[in-house]
Design a protein around this ligand. Structure first.
Ligand code: GAP
Length: 456
């Protein structure tokens, strides 16, 4: 399938089935914003819960925080974001469009030997050459005002990364929980970036969500911690169903790294629109804690109780965008095949993150005895997981297709055999598997075991 076509199919499925809607759609939208719908919000929660489980809750060395989005603006002065969190901007003198200069196409003029003699930037909007002005740095932080005054002294920023709230709480966590190094602080939350050109669905947003860890280590152990988190990120990719064949590591060269980083690996994914960044893993040295110690005047060093050594810990940061993770999951799981002579589309979601774990259905909705039995079976299965859906609309084939499209791994059908029409099948149901479409006859207890083991 052509990549452009695949992207269109994913965007359309997301809207049609309630995963992701354009933000403020009834007012014509707002660029760089999307809203998660009823199924999308559950998918997102399942991904975040899995991340919390793997990155925080299953480890004794990890702690959580949920910091405020609005912070004292000095945080962003100290972190370097006020001075340096910018993208290169150019404006077209002809159409007045504004673009990131590193995203603008270039047209080369060559001499008869093929040697480049001139290069001209082309305006991506009006297509004119040589109309783009000087490059200037555009700060991507959203500014607003706290309180009733709107002058400069009341300026606050919407955080551009969740990391700031973690560094600002380093001392609070140390003083309240007394963790021993190495330890980390994890946080999930919104971040805001005034991207010059938001694009590619939920890939480049102005309001995004991040799952970040700041892992504090003794300076000479950073490489070991870097490798551990690198492995953890691959394990997480596998757990959410992002195939390793579509994931690539890029060692970011020094000149392209963020101002705080001494080593960064970008985890890139093969999106339908090209290979681009999915997540980042950075060695932030002691840059942030040192900068915040200087900026706030509050000592942020750590005292090693055993050696009595006092130092500023260094930091390893695995940073995962939630929205890009969702896009990578949808891209990886979207499938089309031929079933019963018809084209079928389905999401091969890992059962752990699928918004609906199973759908229960009476074969006929106008037979009260079938409906009652099916409701009983649903209640039984909901003891394993609450996300067991009900569907009695249309014929059974259509119900299966609807569930396939939203990635429900199992469908359970109750028919007259369940009620005893064929004596040796009494109390058995049909379990239908999403990916193969295969069906088998099992007891409700056996179905329960299948569902439980698929999500445990
Ligand atoms: N604290 C480090 C940090 O924020 P980053 O590489 O700028 O580093 C981390 O962002 C992750 O956040 C990215 O790898 C990506 O998953 C996500 N992300 C960044 N900008 C984004 C945007 N405009 N829209 C959606 N996700 C974004």
């Amino acid at each position: 399938m052509a990549n452009q076509q695949l992207m269109e199919k994913i965007v359309s499925l997301c809207k049609r089935r309630g995963f992701v809607f354009p933000g403020s759609e009834i007012y014509g939208g707002l660029a760089g914003t999307y809203d998660y719908g009823p199924l999308g919000v559950v998918l997102k929660e399942n991904v975040e819960r899995l991340w919390l489980q793997m990155f925080r809750d299953s480890r004794d060395d990890m702690y959580g925080v949920d910091a405020a989005i609005l912070m004292n603006p000095k945080v962003w002065e100290a972190s370097g974001h006020v001075a340096g969190f910018s993208d290169p901007l150019v404006e077209c003198n002809n159409c007045k469009g504004r673009f990131r200069s590193d995203h603008v196409p270039v047209k080369y003029e060559k001499d008869e030997n093929g040697k480049i003699v001139n290069e001209n930037k082309v305006c991506p909007s009006c297509g004119k050459e040589g109309t783009l002005g000087e490059v200037r740095q555009f700060n991507m932080m959203f500014k607003t005002h706290a309180g009733a005054t709107e002058d400069e002294s009341a300026t606050v920023y919407l955080r551009p990364e969740t990391a700031g709230g973690i560094f600002a709480n380093f001392k609070n966590v140390v003083d309240s929980l007394h963790p021993k190094l190495p330890f980390g602080i994890a946080q999930i939350g919104k971040a805001f970036r005034n991207e010059i050109a938001p694009r590619d669905f939920v890939f480049r947003l102005r309001e995004l969500e991040q799952m970040e860890v700041e892992y504090f280590v003794k300076p000479d152990t950073w490489e070991q911690a870097f490798e551990e988190w690198r492995k953890a990120m691959h394990l997480f990719a596998e757990a959410v169903g992002i195939p390793s064949s579509a994931l690539h590591e890029l060692e970011v060269p020094a000149e392209e790294r963020a101002h705080y980083s001494k080593r960064t690996i970008d985890f890139e994914f093969e999106y339908p629109f090209g290979r681009k960044e999915l997540w980042g893993l950075a060695y932030r040295t002691d840059f942030d804690l040192s900068a915040h110690e200087k900026g706030s005047g509050t000592p942020l060093s750590y005292l090693d109780e055993e050696t009595k050594e006092k130092f500023i810990p260094h930091v390893i940061e695995p940073s995962l965008g939630v929205d890009r993770t969702i896009l990578a999951i949808l891209t990886s799981s979207y499938r089309e095949d031929d079933m019963g002579g018809e084209v079928r589309s389905y999401l091969a979601l890992a059962p752990k993150i699928a918004p609906v774990k199973a759908m229960v259905s009476p074969l006929l909705k106008n037979k009260p005895e079938l409906v009652a039995k099916a409701q009983e079976v649903r209640k039984e299965l909901q003891k394993i997981h609450p996300a067991i859906a009900w569907d009695d609309n249309g014929n059974i084939g259509k119900r299966y297709r609807r569930q396939d499209e939203i990635g429900t791994p199992f469908c359970v059908t109750i028919d007259f055999d369940t009620l005893g029409e064929t004596p040796n099948l009494t109390d058995t149901v049909t379990l239908r598997h999403r990916d193969s479409g295969e069906q088998e006859r099992l007891t409700v207890a056996e179905v329960a075991t299948r569902i439980r083991s698929s999500i445990s």
